[in-house]
Design a protein around this ligand. Structure first.
Ligand SMILES: [Zn+2]
Length: 302
């Protein structure tokens, strides 16, 4: 019974539950940073525990070195860079801009809408940007080495969602924050989007059996996102959406083959022979030593 819930109910209940809990906390006056941190931590612990018990594919299990590096990514590649950026953005850039011309952003945002509708609007706007940023990270040769870190694991488990180069984190976060500020979105909506995106990302990368039908035409469900981590480039250069898959549908990059065993057989990660150093330092320097870790010169660029 519980396994059936995990397969069909865990993902939708988590998305709805995380947003509902975050709205409750925000309306109760809990600081936004605490809301985002609590929800992220809750889903990290939940997904990590569940996949240890209800593992879908034992061959995707993490090793200890990867685990240590991914914990460091959580702290030093994600949390600290985004917090420093956020403080600088709101504390320095915006106050400076205000002093110079007296204007803080534009007033396009529908502040009187119900919170859930505002969140839906933010998701549609940010996902459109995220889709194209992600697609460019895969298809522009000098950007791919920055993003390849997220794809370097031959294993597949929840903490891979946090394995991102700080340069990529800052680019993505910076663009999101700037655009939302320019259109006048409130900080509460940005926090709600962050909660939804981190919940989705954690479950997307979790190694527990999950299956969907129609929702995989709207959301970037776990079964959709797994193909994005395939070792086969024609498969991994698809399904770019973070939360939604509708832009993949719209721009012709959605795939969902029937046969999961094909993915098991071909495997996850970068092409065979890529010399990945799985220490945290090895991950950080990966974009800068990209050519030297390629299997041969023909595969130097994706
Ligand atoms: Zn990717």
């Amino acid at each position: 019974m519980f396994q059936q819930f995990l397969k069909y109910g865990f993902y939708p209940c988590s998305l709805v539950g995380s947003v509902a809990a975050a709205i409750f906390m925000i309306k109760s006056g809990v600081p936004l940073l605490v809301v985002v941190s609590c929800m992220s931590l809750f889903f990290i612990v939940t997904c990590f525990s569940l996949e240890l018990i209800y593992t879908e594919n034992p061959e995707w299990r993490f090793d200890n070195q990867e685990f240590r590096s991914d914990i460091l990514h959580a702290i030093f590649s994600n949390t600290i860079p985004t917090e420093v950026f956020r403080i600088l953005f709101y504390g320095v850039i915006i106050s400076l801009a205000t002093k110079l011309d007296g204007v803080v952003g534009f007033t396009l945002w529908p502040h009187k809408w119900p919170m859930l509708l505002e969140l839906l609007l933010a998701v549609l706007v940010i996902e459109f940007m995220s889709y194209w940023i992600h697609r460019l990270l895969h298809t522009v040769s000098f950007l791919w080495p920055i993003h390849a870190l997220h794809h370097c694991s031959r294993n597949y488990y929840c903490l891979i969602g946090l394995r991102k180069h700080p340069v990529q984190v800052l680019i993505t976060y910076g663009i999101r924050l700037t655009v939302l500020w320019l259109i006048g979105a409130p900080k509460e909506i940005m926090a709600l989007y962050t909660v939804l995106a981190s919940t989705n990302s954690m479950i997307q990368h979790t190694n527990i059996p999950m299956k969907f039908g129609f929702p995989s035409w709207i959301f970037a469900t776990p079964e959709i996102h797994r193909w994005h981590h395939s070792k086969v480039i024609n498969e991994s250069n698809n399904n770019y959406g973070d939360i939604l898959v509708i832009y993949d549908v719209l721009f012709g990059s959605r795939i969902l083959p029937d046969n999961m065993s094909k993915l098991y057989h071909n495997g996850m990660g970068l092409p065979d022979g890529t010399k990945v150093d799985n220490s945290y330092w090895g991950h950080l320097k990966m974009p800068f030593v990209w050519k030297s870790i390629q299997p041969d010169s023909n595969q130097a660029n994706k």
